[in-house]
Write a protein that binds this ligand. Structure first.
Ligand SMILES: O=C(O)CCC(=O)C(=O)O
Length: 280
């Protein structure tokens, strides 16, 4: 008889925030102070800095796709993003929708909206390159095995460590909907080893026992948080009964610095693979 090997344990931390972000809107008038805060905390949070109407238009486009794929409760107000309760989509079903999402102009255009580029140019003190790999996430209610675990973006994006992620809730995102949280000041530790984990990317960093505070906020549409590629961050659980959480992550770096080829393609190369299949 052959013994069946037990599945390897995977990191599955539940993040419990202990503090609120400090908003940096007022420091936009004082770029050296803005950069000093980023260097110290590893993040900058901006309240209401983005074009809310434009963001909600993108949200509607995404929710229309969700509805077309059966994910939205019939008869509910589309902007509310109420989940229909059909079985959670598996990878192929998710990617079918996601490929369509990755082609939306309202989504891709948001990554290069003037408000974000202006802030990134101030933060980076020069001309900025935005990554082609734009990412949107749909997080399902009470689907805890999919919650993004603590990690550093450098693990995935490589290139220059001076790359910054803008995490943007696509709609209001109170804590219970499972927004992003980050470990204040964790970027100073440099790039750390990652282990297998549940959730997006399937890798993470155990943070139990770290003295740093986990920070987040009750996000409103138009807010965003920008953080260094070494800043440890993850998601809170979506505890709502039936709401989808929509969010974007976009990345920015100074023009001319090292960039990984993956950052110049669509997320997971999904659109390039589709084009290759079509042309074969
Ligand atoms: O939205 C999430 O669940 C994770 C986002 C993230 O890890 C990122 O923006 O780098």
């Amino acid at each position: 008889m052959t013994a069946t090997a037990a599945p390897a344990p995977r990191l599955a931390e539940r993040i419990r925030p202990t503090g609120e972000y400090e908003a940096s809107n007022a420091l936009l008038k004082d770029p050296p102070a803005l950069r000093a805060r980023l260097a110290e905390s590893g993040y900058l949070f901006f309240r209401g800095a983005l074009d809310r109407e434009r963001l909600l238009d993108a949200r509607l486009d995404i929710l229309k796709l969700c509805r077309a794929h059966g994910w939205i409760k019939p008869g509910s107000d589309l902007q509310d993003g109420v989940y229909s309760g059909i079985p959670f989509p598996d990878h192929p079903a998710y990617n079918k929708l996601y490929r369509e999402l990755l082609k939306l102009n309202s989504f891709n255009g948001f990554a290069v909206s003037p408000e974000i580029l202006r802030i990134c140019e101030t933060v980076l003190d020069g001309p900025v390159q935005s990554h082609r790999r734009t990412i949107a996430r749909v997080s399902f209610p009470r689907h805890y095995e999919n919650t993004t675990q603590p990690h550093q973006d450098f693990f995935y994006i490589r290139g220059t460590p001076q790359t910054y992620t803008a995490w943007i809730p696509c709609g209001d995102c109170p804590n219970e909907l499972g927004g992003l949280a980050l470990l204040e000041g964790s970027h100073v530790q440099g790039f750390l080893p990652h282990i297998p984990a549940i959730g997006a990317g399937n890798h993470g960093i155990p943070t139990a026992g770290w003295p740093n505070r986990w920070l987040t906020t009750d996000y409103r549409a138009g807010d965003f948080v920008l953080f260094h590629s070494h800043t440890i961050h993850g998601a809170l659980d979506n505890h709502t009964a039936d709401r989808l959480r929509l969010s974007f992550d976009f990345r920015y770096q100074r023009q001319g610095e090292a960039i990984d080829p993956g950052s110049l393609r669509s997320h997971l190369g999904l659109l390039e693979q589709e084009a290759e299949k079509r042309d074969a």
